[in-house]
Design a binder for this molecule. Structure first.
Ligand code: IPE
Ligand code: IPE
Ligand code: MG
Length: 264
């Protein structure tokens, strides 16, 4: 019997990721900064500052392992509800990190994108984001080693709703109803393949309104490590765990292991 059309389309779409032991796209929910600081009787901001060092380590490790896309959840739409002082520290940290790291990103062939409700940021931060994105997009080896995406003021539901609005607009213009592929073109991460691996630190086992659409078939790795303690070694461990997973995308294990095998 011929395989169902949907099944064969899914197989084409996923074949590259399946063949590779290294995930093309890693997404991370960087959690546990506050608890890291609290355990040391430090203010929460100390945890956020140390967290920036983990970001640097994970960017370098991604390049070293040949990961093509790294997407980091830095600030959720829900995080605006935190105490004003903490939000303001996080915004300042975001600005100073952008300013400090941009040259090194350019040198290392990293293309930076910031996705989320950018219009919720103050004008100075918006301008920094705009110029950082532009500078990493135009240099000679832009994105040749890594596409780095920071999700800031981001929520998965917001992403789906903004894509639905744009899709409705496209329908008004073309009168062609959307399908999965055309709808996904309107999502914030339309330039990237779906994440193969999602890492969440700090022992929490939830998605927290991250990439709700895009994580449909991601392998999910939870670790007890708090984000400021997560570095190159911990990242390698997550990648080794991923390499041992069998990605089936709805098929049976036998089909995955022997795609040309006789049907049972
Ligand atoms: C993650 O660490 C950073 C952000 C959400 C901005 P947390 O600040 O959530 O740390 P915990 O969960 O309180 O330990
Ligand atoms: C998720 O962490 C958001 C980021 C890592 C930016 P939170 O610490 O805000 O998540 P919840 O609220 O505990 O689920
Ligand atoms: Mg948290």
């Amino acid at each position: 019997m011929a395989p169902p059309l949907v099944g064969s389309m899914a197989a084409d779409r996923h074949s590259v990721a399946e063949r590779s032991a290294v995930p093309r796209h890693v997404a991370i929910i960087m959690d546990g900064n506050g608890r890291w600081a609290k355990a040391r009787f430090l203010p929460r901001v100390a945890g956020h500052s140390r967290g920036v060092e983990s970001v640097r380590a994970v960017i370098e490790a991604s390049i070293a392992h040949g990961v093509e896309y790294l997407t980091l959840f830095a600030f959720s739409s829900e995080n605006w509800a935190r105490p004003a002082e903490e939000v303001s520290v996080l915004m300042r940290l975001f600005m100073s990190s952008l300013q400090k790291e941009i040259d090194s990103l350019i040198r290392n062939g990293v293309r930076l994108r910031v996705v989320g409700q950018i219009d919720t940021f103050e004008p100075k931060l918006r301008e920094l984001i705009r110029s950082a994105q532009e500078r990493t997009a135009v240099h000679g080896n832009a994105g040749t080693r890594l596409h780095l995406t920071i999700c800031a003021s981001y929520s998965g539901r917001w992403d789906i709703v903004q894509a639905a609005s744009r899709s409705a607009q496209a329908y008004r213009d073309t009168e062609v109803l959307p399908n999965e592929a055309s709808f996904a073109q309107h999502l914030a991460l339309s330039f990237a393949p779906d994440p193969d691996l999602l890492i969440r630190t700090s022992g929490e086992q939830r998605i927290s309104n991250f990439l709700l659409w895009q994580l449909a078939y991601a392998e999910i790795y939870f670790t007890e490590a708090l984000w400021p303690d997560f570095g190159a070694e911990a990242f390698s461990r997550a990648l080794s765990w991923y390499a041992g997973r069998e990605r089936r995308f709805g098929r049976t294990s036998e089909q995955v292991q022997d795609p040309g095998g006789a049907p049972c």
